[in-house]
Design a protein around this ligand. Structure first.
Ligand SMILES: [Zn+2]
Length: 174
């Protein structure tokens, strides 16, 4: 019921003893996050970001961990699960991976981490996390991340509040 409300509405609810509560929306992260013992090394399903304990333990520092989480969060923000619902064509999956890498740069920077940690992560993981033709090769990912770091730097040099062009046209994540 609450999810369907206008985010600007401030509904009042009444509890069993007749007390009234006014609810106001506050901005927050729409994704939950969990570290798990098994399953895929890192995954996002639209609402939840999961990372395995094994992957978390293999991370060099907080910034690299932020890179992994930012990549998975980006999949949720960019609604990739919905966009892949019609079929996981190799080209489309690759495109969503590169998009997630690109948006992760902005997420990391805004969270106070050095986005170059994403490059470090990929350089330290010569084997792809998912060995699959649908996932872009490491070199391609690193090149996309480097290009996005440069684009972000240029955009923010003129406007410190510049937002990633990738999400400009997207409806908000509910
Ligand atoms: Zn991914």
């Amino acid at each position: 019921m609450l999810a369907r409300l206008d985010p600007n509405a401030t509904p009042t609810i009444t509890d069993g003893s007749g007390r009234h509560y006014r609810l106001a929306a506050a901005p927050g992260c729409a994704s939950s996050f969990r570290i798990e013992r098994g399953g895929p090394q890192a995954a996002a399903n639209g609402q939840l970001v999961r990372v395995t304990l094994r992957l978390a333990s293999s991370i060099a520092d907080d910034a690299e961990f932020a890179a992994v989480v930012a990549h998975e969060l980006a999949h949720n923000i960019l609604r990739h699960r919905e966009r892949l619902a019609g079929g996981r064509a190799v080209g489309l999956v690759r495109a969503t991976e590169i998009e997630a890498d690109r948006l992760s740069v902005w997420l990391m920077a805004d969270a106070g981490y050095d986005p170059r940690a994403a490059i470090r992560f990929w350089e330290r993981h010569p084997k792809p996390l998912i060995r699959d033709a649908s996932h872009p090769p490491r070199r391609e990912r690193i090149a996309a991340i480097e290009a996005e770091i440069e684009a972000m730097g240029a955009a923010r040099a003129t406007d410190p509040r510049a937002r990633p062009s990738l999400i400009a046209a997207l409806p908000p994540l509910e």
